[in-house]
Design a protein around this ligand. Structure first.
Ligand code: GDP
Ligand code: MG
Length: 370
C-alpha cells in the first residue's frame, strides 16, 4: 500500500494511536486515527518516536521469513539492551566489569560467569539489563551494517581527565546515525585532575545537551575503578528504558541476532545469540545466517544450561552446522526440511553478493519495525 493509517502505524510501532495523533498535530497535520498518512509523514513519525526503520529485502519477504508483525496485545515488556562506547582507555571494559559486579544473581550463584559476548545484570530492585560485551563503535556499526539494530541504549564513556577525543566523537556520530538514545557516563571521576564540567561543555559542541546544561540527555559521574556512581547509572538506564516502553512478544517462534560465534574444540560451532522476540527452546530447528541446525543446548551468561531463552536474553547455542557471522539473523522454523530450504536460499543470496537489502516497498519498509 502507498499509505498507512495512523492506527496501523501505531500498532506496528507499539505506541498509542493518540500519541501519534498528538505528534502529527504538533507537526502541523490534523488527522484522526483511521486516516491514512503518506510514507514521508510516516517515516518522520517513526523517527520522532525514536524507532528504527529496518529495511527488509523483497527476497526475504518472498520466502516468508521476514515481515511478521506481532499484535499489540501479545507484547510484553523486555529488558533494555545496552552497548558501551567511547575512546580507547576511557574505561569501557572497566565499566562493563564494574556493572557486571553489581549483578545480584551472579553474587548468589558464586559469581561464575563466562564470556559469551553479552551478559545480563539483575538489579537490587529485580530489574534486568542486558549489556553487550563488545564495546566500541566498530562492533556497533558492523552489526548495524548487517541489519542488526540490537542496541536500545548507548552509554557513552568519557574520561573526565582526558575529555572528548576522536573516538568519542565517532561514537557520538554512530549513535546519532542509529537513532539510539544515549546516556553519558563521565568516568575516572576519582582522579584529582578530573573535570566533568568541561566534558559537559564540550558535548554541547556536538549537540549533546545533558540535563545539567538544561538538556534531556542523562549524564552521570562514575568511577569504574572505585565503583562509584554505578547505582545511579543503572537507575538512569532503567529510567530511559521505561520511557522507551521496550516490548516483544515472548510467545512465538524465536528471532535473534548473532553477537559472536566461533568454532570450539569439542563443542563444534558455537554462537551467542541475543533473542529479540519469541522464546528459543532446546530442540528448536533454526536457520542462522546461511547455516541451519537444531538447538542441542542453550547456555546462559552464568555458564548454566537452560531450557529456554526469551526476548533480550543472550544465550550460547550448540547444534549449528557451521559458524555464522556477527549480526546474522536467527530464525526458528517449523522443521528441518524448511530450515534446509531457507539456509540454501540464503547461501544462494550470499553468492549472488546481494549484500545490501534494498529499500523496497513501503509495506516491506515497515514490516519489521521495532
Ligand atoms: P577501554 O579501552 O575503554 O576498555 O579502557 P579500560 O577499561 O581498559 O581502562 C583503561 C585504563 O584506565 C586502565 O588502566 C584502567 O584501570 C583505567 N581506568 C578505568 N576506569 C577508571 C577509573 O574510573 N578511574 C581511574 N583512575 N582509572 C580508570
Ligand atoms: Mg577495552
Amino acid at each position: 500500500p502507498e499509505s498507512i493509517t495512523v492506527q496501523e502505524l501505531a500498532n506496528r510501532m507499539a505506541e498509542k494511536g493518540a500519541d501519534l495523533v498528538k505528534a502529527l498535530f504538533k507537526m502541523g497535520t490534523a488527522v484522526t486515527l483511521n486516516q491514512p498518512i503518506d510514507q514521508d509523514t510516516a517515516e518522520l513519525l517513526v523517527e520522532e518516536f525514536g524507532h528504527r526503520i529496518q529495511r527488509v529485502s523483497d527476497a526475504d519477504v518472498e520466502i516468508g521469513i521476514e515481515g511478521e508483525v506481532d499484535a499489540p496485545e501479545t507484547l510484553k515488556s523486555r529488558a533494555p539492551v545496552v552497548t558501551i562506547m567511547g575512546h580507547v582507555d576511557h574505561g569501557k571494559t572497566s565499566l562493563l566489569d564494574a556493572l557486571r559486579g553489581t549483578d545480584v544473581v551472579a553474587g548468589e550463584s558464586g559469581g561464575i560467569t563466562q564470556h559469551i559476548g553479552a551478559y545480563q545484570v539483575t538489579t537490587k530492585g529485580g530489574d534486568v539489563i542486558t549489556f553487550l560485551d563488545t564495546p566500541g563503535h566498530e562492533a556497533f556499526s558492523e552489526m548495524r551494517a548487517r541489519g542488526a539494530n540490537v542496541t536500545d541504549i548507548v552509554i557513552l564513556v568519557v574520561a573526565a581527565d582526558d575529555g572528548l577525543m576522536p573516538q568519542t566523537i565517532e561514537a557520538i556520530n554512530h549513535t546519532k546515525a542509529a537513532g539510539v538514545p544515549m546516556i553519558v557516563a563521565i568516568n575516572k571521576c576519582d582522579k584529582p585532575e578530573a573535570n566533568p564540567q568541561k566534558v559537559r561543555e564540550r558535548l554541547l559542541e556536538h549537540e549533546i545537551v545533558v540535563e545539567d546544561m538544561g538538556g534531556e540527555v542523562q549524564d552521570v559521574q562514575v568511577s569504574a575503578l572505585k565503583k562509584t556512581g554505578l547505582d545511579e547509572l543503572i537507575e538512569k538506564i532503567l529510567l530511559q528504558a521505561e520511557v522507551m516502553e521496550l516490548t516483544a512478544n515472548p510467545d512465538r517462534a524465536a528471532e535473534g541476532n548473532v553477537i559472536e560465534a566461533q568454532l570450539d574444540k569439542g563443542r563444534g560451532a558455537v554462537a551467542t545469540v541475543l533473542v529479540r522476540k519469541g522464546t528459543l527452546k532446546v530442540g528448536d530447528t533454526f536457520v542462522i545466517g546461511a547455516e541451519s541446525g537444531k538447538v542441542r543446548a542453550l547456555i546462559n551468561d552464568k555458564g548454566q544450561n537452560v531450557k529456554t531463552a526469551g526476548p533480550s536474553t543472550p544465550v550460547e547455542i550448540l547444534g549449528l552446522s557451521g559458524v555464522p557471522m556477527a549480526g546474522d539473523q536467527l530464525t526458528v522454523v517449523e522443521n528441518e526440511a524448511r530450515a534446509r530450504e531457507v539456509a540454501a536460499y540464503r547461501q544462494e543470496q550470499a553468492t549472488k553478493k546481494r549484500t545490501t537489502a534494498a529499500p523496497t516497498s513501503f509495506e516491506h519498509m515497515f514490516s519489521a519495525l521495532n
